[in-house]
Design a binder for this molecule. Structure first.
Ligand SMILES: *Cc1c(COP(=O)(O)O)cnc(C)c1O
Length: 413
C-alpha cells in the first residue's frame, strides 16, 4: 500500500490555529482583560425564524410514515432547485436550466470535489492572497510541484492582488487552464465590476480555459457589481459557479450550497455537466430533506426579508470598522460589498508583528494577511461577523491607541 504523497507537500495550515493559540495565551496571562475577536470567519447570528419554522415542519414530516423521506434525489428536490433557478437566476435575467444546478453540502466540498472532473495535467491559477481551499485541494490532487524557497508552489500560477493593482488579478502571462476567481473575495473584501469580470470571461473563451467562480459573498454586494458570473456574456461557455448559503443565510452549521455547471461548457468535445452529474451521483448521496426545506425558506418573502436584516447587521459592523480605522489613520480596503476589512499594517511591521501589537495594546484579534498568501504580507483582515457593540468597542480601542501614533508624524512602534 502506498499513500498519496501529494498530501506530504501541504504545509499544515497553522494560520487559524496560531491565531487561536496566541489569543488563548494572552487571555491566560491577562485574565482581567476582555479580548474581542474580529478574526471570526464564521457567522454568529442565529438562523432566521422563517428557516427555523421550515426546519421544524420538515422534522415533523420525517416522524410520519406518510410524509417520511428516505434518500433525497442526488442533485436536490425540485422545490429547492426551482427556488434557486427563479430567485438567483431567472429573476436576474439569467437563463440557467434546473438540471444545470447541483445542490450540495456547501461550497468548500464542491471547490475540492470539482477537480475530479478535470485532468491532473491542467495548469491552475489562483489569486494571492486567497481562500486556502483552492490551493490545498490542487496540491492534494497532484497539480502542484513542491513548495519553493520563495514560499510558492511550483506549477501553480499565482496572481498577486495588491494595492498597486487595485487588488484585481492581472491576466496570467503563461496559459492558465483552470482559473479560480472569488468576488466579493475573501480575505480582501473587494469585488469585481462587470467590466473587470468580462476581461476574465474573454480570456477563458479565447484560451479554452475554465473559470471556477466562487460567489459565496454575493449577498453582501451593495452596488451594481455582478452577483453571478453568468451576468457576463459568454460565461456559460467557460465558467462553473459555486454558491453557498453559509454567509448569505447563516448556514455554516447547517451545510448547504450549490454548484452550477451549464451544459454549454464543452472541453475536448465533452460537456462537463454530465461528468459532474455522474461524479455527484457516485460519490454524494444528496442533502438532507430538512436542510433542503430550510434552504427553500430563505427564498420565501419572509425569509428574504429576515436574511436581509442579518446581512445588514454585519454590513453595519463592516462600516464601523472601515470608518473607525480610516479615522485612526489606517489605509483600509473592502467592507463596502463584503464582511471583511483589509488594512495596511503600520510601516515597518509584518502582518504577524501588527497582530501581536494589536492583541497586546487593544486586546483585539485580527487575522494576519500573510497567512492567506505571500502577497498578503503587510495586511491584516478584520471581520464584521461579530457583535455590534463589541465591534464598536474594539474600534474605539484601536482609535485611542493608534490614532495618536499616526497623528504625531507617522506611526511610532
Ligand atoms: C466561507 C466561504 C465559503 C463557504 O463554504 P461552505 O462550505 O459553503 O460553508 C466558500 N468560499 C469562500 C471563499 C468562503 O470564504
Amino acid at each position: 500500500m502506498k499513500i498519496n504523497e501529494n498530501f506530504l507537500k501541504i504545509e499544515s495550515s497553522y494560520l487559524f490555529s496560531t491565531v487561536a493559540k496566541k489569543q488563548r495565551e494572552y487571555q491566560a496571562a491577562h485574565p482581567d482583560k476582555e479580548v474581542i475577536r474580529l478574526s471570526i470567519g464564521d457567522v454568529t447570528k442565529p438562523l432566521v425564524p422563517a428557516v427555523i419554522e421550515a426546519m421544524h415542519k420538515a422534522v415533523d414530516e420525517m416522524a410520519n410514515e406518510e410524509s417520511f423521506r428516505g434518500y433525497p434525489p442526488e442533485y436536490g428536490y425540485d422545490f429547492i432547485l426551482d427556488a434557486i433557478q427563479k430567485n438567483d437566476y431567472a429573476d436576474r435575467g439569467i437563463d440557467i436550466a434546473k438540471d444545470e444546478i447541483f445542490l450540495s453540502d456547501g461550497a468548500k466540498s464542491d471547490c475540492g470535489n470539482i477537480g475530479d472532473i478535470f485532468s491532473v495535467d491542467n495548469k491552475v491559477a489562483i489569486c494571492d492572497p486567497v481562500y486556502p481551499v483552492y490551493l490545498d485541494t490542487n496540491i492534494m490532487a497532484g497539480r502542484s510541484g513542491d513548495k519553493g524557497d520563495n514560499g510558492l508552489y511550483e506549477n501553480i500560477i499565482y496572481m498577486p492582488c495588491t494595492a498597486e493593482n487595485g487588488f484585481m488579478p492581472e491576466l496570467p502571462k503563461e496559459k492558465a487552464d483552470v482559473i479560480y476567481l472569488c468576488f466579493p473575495n475573501n480575505p480582501i473584501g473587494v469585488t469585481a465590476s462587470k467590466e473587470q469580470l468580462k476581461v476574465w470571461v474573454d480570456y477563458a473563451l479565447e484560451n479554452n480555459s475554465l473559470i471556477l467562480f466562487d460567489s459565496a459573498y454575493e449577498a453582501f454586494i451593495t452596488d451594481d457589481s455582478p452577483k453571478s458570473i453568468y451576468e457576463i456574456e459568454g460565461a456559460k461557455k467557460c465558467a462553473i459557479e459555486l454558491r453557498s448559503f453559509s454567509k448569505t443565510a447563516g448556514f455554516t452549521g447547517v451545510r448547504c450550497g450549490y454548484t452550477v455547471v451549464p451544459k454549454e461548457l464543452v472541453f475536448d468535445g465533452t460537456s462537463l455537466n454530465p461528468l459532474w452529474a455522474r461524479r455527484q451521483a457516485t460519490k454524494f448521496n444528496g442533502v438532507s430533506y430538512v436542510t433542503q426545506r430550510a434552504a427553500e425558506a430563505i427564498y420565501s418573502e419572509e425569509g428574504k426579508k429576515q436574511t436581509k436584516e442579518v446581512i445588514a447587521y454585519y454590513q453595519r459592523n463592516a462600516k464601523v470598522i472601515f470608518d473607525g480605522l480610516t479615522e485612526a489613520g489606517f489605509t483600509c480596503y473592502g467592507a463596502k460589498n463584503s464582511p471583511y476589512v483589509w488594512l495596511s499594517v503600520p510601516e515597518g511591521m509584518t502582518s504577524w508583528e501588527f497582530f501581536d501589537d494589536l492583541l497586546e495594546k487593544c486586546q483585539v484579534v485580527g487575522t494576519p494577511g500573510s497567512g492567506f498568501g505571500p502577497s498578503g504580507e503587510g495586511y491584516l483582515r478584520l471581520t464584521a461577523f461579530g457583535n455590534y457593540e463589541k465591534t464598536i468597542e474594539a474600534v474605539d480601542r484601536i482609535k485611542s491607541v493608534y490614532g495618536k501614533q499616526f497623528k504625531i508624524g507617522g506611526f511610532v512602534k
